[in-house]
Design a protein around this ligand. Structure first.
Ligand SMILES: Cc1cc2nc3c(=O)[nH]c(=O)nc-3n(C[C@H](O)[C@H](O)[C@H](O)COP(=O)(O)OP(=O)(O)OC[C@H]3O[C@@H](n4cnc5c(N)ncnc54)[C@H](O)[C@@H]3O)c2cc1C
Length: 447
C-alpha cells in the first residue's frame, strides 16, 4: 500500500483529498467512468506537481492529470486506483498586451483568457463549445478546437511556450524550437508530461462579424453547401453543422426558434476589419447554401447572432437531456468527402436502429456523430459496433479518428486500425522516452 501519509506531509493536508466521498467524484469525465482514485491532489504550484511526481516514482503509483473533466474520450478517468492530479487550483493568469501574450496556469478556464484580454482589444481564438467549463490544461492536452478553428486554427497554433514537469519530477520550460517539445506535448493527453504553465498568443479582435443560418431539406445538402463555399475560396470565421436530431433536441430543451422541420442546418460567421469583405464573404456562403437547396436567414443583429450560437453550444447538453448515455465520435474527413460521409453515417444509424445525432465543426471536416442509448435496453456491444463502423467510414474516406477530443480511453482500441505498425511502434518509443515507468495516465491513447 503506498504511503499516502507522506504525500500529505510533502504537500500539506489542504492539497490532498483522502475521504472516499471526495475521491469518488474524480472517477468521471463527461463521457466515461473509471476506478476510484486512492487520493486526489490539488497542487497550487509547479513545485507541488513536481513533488507529487517524485512521490509517485518512489511509491510506484500512477498519476491521472485532470482539468475540468469535460473531456469526451475518457482522458482524465483513472484506469486503475492511482492518484488524480486535479489542476483546478492553478489559476494564475497574466496578460502581456504589448507582446500579445497570455501567461496562464493549467486550471484557468478557457474563456477567462479572452475576458482578461478584452480591455486590451485582444482575444484568444480557440473556442471549444465547452469554453466556459474546460481548462486550458485540458485544451492543451487535447489540442482542443472549436467553431473558430476553421479560420483561426486550434489550441496548438497559439502556444508560444510551455512549462512542464517530467517523469523524474524536474520542471522544464520549452519554446517552439529545437525538437519543439512544446509542440509534442500539445495533444499528448497527459501521457508524456504534466503541463504547469503556458504562454499563449493573443490576436486583435476583428472589427466586424456577420452571421447567417441556412437550413436544408436533406442532410447531405448541407455538407454540399460547405464543400461549394470552401471550393469558392470562402474562409468563414465559423462554419458549424447540426442535423435534424440536434435541431429538435435543442428546440425541445431551449425553445430558440430553430426550424424543426429541417433535416440539417449550418451556422456561419464571417469576420474581419473590412466590412465590405465580411459582407461579401457572407453573401458567397449564402449563395453556396442556396445552390445546394438551402434556405438562408441572416441574423439581424448581434443579439440574434448570439442566440443562434447559443443554439450550437446547447447541442451537447440538449442531447444529454434525452439520453444521458452517449457514445461520442470526433472524426475528421476531407471536406470534399463530407456529403458522402454524413449520408453514410445517417444510414448506419438507421441500419443499427439506434438514435444517432450528428453535429460539428464542419468547416474543418470535423464531425461528432453521437450514438444515444440507454444501457438498460441497448447492449453496449451494439453501441461499440456502430461506433466502430463510423470510425471505419472516416478511415475509408481518408479521414482520422479524432479532431479535438483525443483518443483517450474510448477510441484507444480503434487506433490500431488507424495507424500502421511502424508508426505505432515509434509512438510507443516516444512514450517510453518521456515516461519510462509508464506512470503518466496509463491505459490511454496507445493500444
Ligand atoms: C458540452 C461540451 C462541448 C464540447 N465542445 C468541444 C469543442 O467544441 N471542441 C473541443 O475540442 N472539445 C470540446 N469538448 C471536449 C472537452 O471540453 C475538451 O476536450 C477540453 O479540452 C477538455 O478540457 P478539461 O479541462 O475538461 O480537461 P479534462 O477532461 O479534465 O482532461 C482532458 C485531458 O487532458 C489531460 N490534462 C488535463 N490537464 C492537464 C495538464 N495540466 N497536464 C497534462 N495533461 C492534462 C487529462 O489527463 C486528459 O487526458 C466539449 C465537451 C463538452 C462537455
Amino acid at each position: 500500500m503506498p504511503q499516502l501519509g507522506r504525500l500529505v506531509s510533502d504537500l500539506g493536508p489542504d492539497k490532498v483529498l483522502l475521504d472516499r466521498p471526495d475521491r469518488v467524484l474524480y472517477r468521471y469525465d463527461a463521457i466515461a467512468e473509471g476506478a476510484v482514485p486512492l487520493a486526489v491532489v490539488l497542487p497550487q504550484t509547479a513545485e507541488d506537481v513536481a513533488r507529487v511526481v517524485r512521490w509517485s516514482n518512489e511509491e510506484g503509483v500512477p498519476l491521472f492529470p485532470r482539468g475540468a473533466a469535460s473531456g469526451l474520450s475518457g482522458g482524465a478517468v483513472p484506469t486503475e486506483p492511482g492518484v488524480v492530479v486535479a489542476f483546478t487550483r492553478m489559476r494564475r493568469l497574466r496578460i502581456e498586451a504589448a507582446r500579445r501574450l497570455a501567461e496562464v496556469e493549467p486550471g484557468v478556464v478557457t474563456h477567462e483568457i479572452s475576458e482578461a484580454a478584452r480591455p486590451h482589444g485582444l482575444y484568444y481564438p480557440p473556442d471549444p463549445a465547452s469554453y466556459k467549463q474546460s481548462t486550458i490544461g485540458g485544451n492543451l492536452a487535447e489540442n482542443a478546437g472549436g467553431p473558430q478553428c476553421f479560420k483561426k486554427g486550434v489550441t496548438g497554433d497559439y502556444v508560444a511556450g510551455l512549462e512542464w514537469v517530467d517523469a523524474e519530477g524536474a520542471v522544464h520550460r520549452s519554446w517552439r524550437e529545437a525538437y519543439d517539445a512544446a509542440g509534442l506535448l500539445v495533444g499528448s493527453e497527459g501521457t508524456l508530461a504534466l503541463i504547469t504553465r503556458a504562454w499563449l498568443r493573443l490576436e486583435p479582435r476583428p472589427r466586424h462579424t456577420r452571421t447567417l443560418m441556412a437550413h436544408f431539406p436533406e442532410v447531405g445538402a448541407a455538407a454540399e453547401a460547405v464543400s461549394r463555399a470552401i471550393a469558392d475560396g470562402v474562409v468563414a470565421a465559423k462554419l458549424e453543422f447540426m442535423d435534424a436530431a440536434c435541431i429538435r433536441a435543442v428546440e425541445d430543451a431551449f425553445h430558440l426558434g430553430l426550424p424543426t422541420e429541417a433535416a440539417a442546418l449550418l451556422l456561419v460567421d464571417t469576420d474581419g476589419d473590412d466590412l465590405e469583405v465580411v459582407e461579401e464573404e457572407l453573401e458567397r456562403v449564402a449563395a453556396a447554401c442556396r445552390e445546394a437547396g438551402g434556405a438562408v436567414h441572416r441574423a439581424a443583429d448581434a443579439v440574434e447572432a448570439e442566440r443562434l450560437w447559443q443554439a450550437r453550444r446547447a447541442v451537447s447538453p440538449a442531447l444529454g437531456r434525452i439520453h444521458p448515455h452517449r457514445m461520442n465520435e470526433d472524426i475528421v474527413v476531407p471536406r470534399s468527402r463530407l456529403p458522402a460521409v454524413v449520408r453514410r453515417i445517417q444510414e448506419l444509424g438507421k441500419a443499427y436502429g439506434l438514435p444517432l445525432a450528428q453535429f460539428g465543426h464542419i468547416g474543418d471536416g470535423n464531425l461528432h456523430p453521437n450514438i444515444l442509448f440507454d444501457p438498460k435496453t441497448t447492449p453496449e456491444e451494439r453501441v461499440h459496433e456502430l461506433a466502430h463502423a463510423i470510425a471505419r467510414v472516416a478511415l475509408e474516406h481518408g479521414g482520422v479518428l479524432s479532431g479535438e477530443h483525443g483518443i483517450g480511453l474510448t477510441k484507444r482500441a480503434f487506433l490500431a486500425e488507424a495507424l500502421d505498425g511502424a508508426t505505432l511502434a515509434a509512438l510507443h518509443r516516444i512514450k517510453r522516452a518521456f515516461d519510462p515507468g509508464g506512470r503518466f495516465n496509463p491505459g490511454k491513447v496507445l493500444p
